[in-house]
Design a protein around this ligand. Structure first.
Ligand SMILES: [Zn+2]
Length: 367
C-alpha cells in the first residue's frame, strides 16, 4: 500500500531512493499473473524498492530478497519474499548496478570460483547421488518438497508454461467469454467449503486449447498452476449455467495433486540433481529442458493418482458436488476412445489405476 515517490522514514545515512537517476530497469512478475511489468529498481541499505509505471512503489527488506548469483550467461532473476520475481535481462547493467551497491557475490559463486571448492562440490554430489540411490529418490523428494519455497514453485510453473507455449501446446481458449472467470468462481466456492480452515492449496486456474493428442484433459504444475483444456469443458457441458460435476471433479483431482505436492515430488524425484544444482548455482536452465516433457508424459504413480482421487472425493462431498459426475467423465472418455486403457497420452489424468476402479470409487465411495 506504499505509494507515491516522496520517500520518508528511511534510516538516517542511507542513500535517497531513486539513486540519483541510477535506477535499474527490470521486468517484474507479481507471482500471480503471467504478464510482466516494467519497473525501476533502487536500493537503500535497508530496502529494495520497485517503482511501477503507475507511480506506486513496492518495498522489500533487503535481507529477504533472494539475489541472483553471477552465472556466466542468461537472464538474472531475483526472488521476492511475496512470490514475485524480478527479471534482469541486461546482465552487464545488472552487474554494474550490483557492484555499485556492494551486493557481494553469494557464497555459491565464491565457492565455484575456487577449483578446490569445485572439486569438493563434485565429490559431495557423487556422495549425494549414491545416497539418493541407497535411500531412494522418492523418499528424498518427499522430504525435500516441503522445503522448496513457494516463490521457487511459482517460478518453476512459469518456466514450464513458457516452454509449453514455445512448443505451441498452449493455445488461447476458445470457450465463450467469461468462462474462465465463472469456472474460477465455482472452484473457489468448492475449495472454500472443502478447506474451511487452514491447509487450502494455493491454485491458479486457466483454460487453454491443448493439442489434439492431449485429449480432454487437465494437469497441475508444482506451484499450483492448473490448466484445463477446452476439450474437457466441451466433453462435459454443464446445465442451467452450472458446470458439469465431472469438470469440478477433475479439477478437484488436480487440486489433490497440488495438495499432495505430487508435481513437485515427481519433479524432484526425476531431476533431483538438476534441482539441487539449480538451487545451489541459481541457474534453473537444466529444468527448462526437463520439466515440460515430464509434465506431458506425466503419468503420475498409481499411489499419487489414488491419493488425488481420494482428495477429490473428499472435496466433492464437502462441497456438495455430486461425485457421480466423475463416473460420467470416465464413461464419456470411454465413448470417445474405446481403446482407452492402453496408452492414451494424458497429462494429469493417467490411465492408471484403471478407469473402472476409479469410477467405482466415485460411485460407491470405496474401491
Ligand atoms: Zn492425476
Amino acid at each position: 500500500m506504499t505509494s507515491s515517490a516522496s520517500t520518508s522514514g528511511f534510516e538516517p545515512g542511507t542513500p535517497a531512493a531513486g539513486d540519483g537517476g541510477a535506477g535499474l530497469h527490470a521486468q517484474w512478475y507479481d507471482g500471480e499473473h503471467a504478464r510482466s511489468q516494467e519497473v525501476e529498481l533502487s536500493l537503500t541499505s535497508g530496502e529494495l524498492c520497485l517503482a511501477l509505471p503507475s507511480g506506486d512503489q513496492r518495498r522489500y527488506p533487503r535481507g529477504r530478497v533472494t539475489w541472483p548469483e553471477r552465472t556466466r550467461h542468461g537472464v538474472r532473476q531475483l526472488l521476492l519474499p511475496d512470490g514475485g520475481v524480478v527479471e534482469l535481462r541486461d546482465a552487464p547493467a545488472w552487474e554494474a548496478w550490483a557492484r555499485r551497491h556492494g551486493l557481494a557475490d553469494p557464497l555459491a559463486v565464491r565457492w565455484a570460483a575456487s577449483w578446490r571448492a569445485a572439486l569438493w562440490a563434485a565429490a559431495g554430489l557423487v556422495l549425494l547421488m549414491v545416497g539418493a540411490g541407497v535411500w531412494g529418490v522418492p523418499w528424498l523428494a518427499e522430504r525435500s518438497a516441503p522445503l522448496v519455497p513457494q516463490a521457487v514453485r511459482v517460478h518453476i510453473d512459469r518456466l514450464v508454461l513458457e516452454q509449453l507455449r514455445s512448443e505451441g501446446w498452449l493455445e488461447p481458449s476458445q470457450m465463450p467469454a467469461g468462462t474462465a472467470e465463472r469456472l474460477r468462481a465455482a472452484v473457489d466456492q468448492m475449495l472454500a467449503r472443502a478447506y474451511p480452515d487452514a491447509g487450502r492449496p494455493k491454485v491458479q486456474l486457466d483454460i487453454h486449447r491443448l493439442p489434439g493428442w492431449a485429449g480432454p484433459n487437465a494437469f497441475a504444475l508444482p506451484g499450483g498452476q492448473i490448466i484445463i483444456s477446452d476439450a474437457l469443458l466441451e466433453l462435459l457441458p454443464g446445465e442451467g449455467g452450472h458446470f458439469h460435476p465431472g469438470v469440478l471433479g477433475v479439477l478437484a483431482h488436480e487440486v489433490g495433486h497440488v495438495h499432495g505436492e505430487h508435481g513437485l515430488r515427481h519433479l524432484l524425484a526425476a531431476s533431483s540433481t538438476a534441482v539441487l544444482l539449480g538451487w545451489w548455482v541459481g541457474d534453473y536452465s537444466s529444468l527448462l529442458v526437463l520439466a515440460p516433457s515430464l509434465f506431458i508424459q506425466a503419468a503420475h504413480s498409481r499411489a499419487f493418482e489414488r491419493e488425488a482421487d481420494d482428495e477429490a472425493l473428499r472435496i466433492m462431498r464437502a462441497a456438495g458436488v455430486d461425485p457421480r459426475g466423475m463416473v460420467a467423465f470416465f464413461t464419456a472418455l470411454q465413448r470417445l476412445d474405446p481403446q482407452r486403457g492402453q496408452a492414451l497420452p494424458s497429462f494429469g489424468l493417467a490411465t492408471h489405476p484403471p478407469d473402472a476402479e476409479r469410477a467405482r470409487l466415485f460411485e460407491t465411495g470405496s474401491r
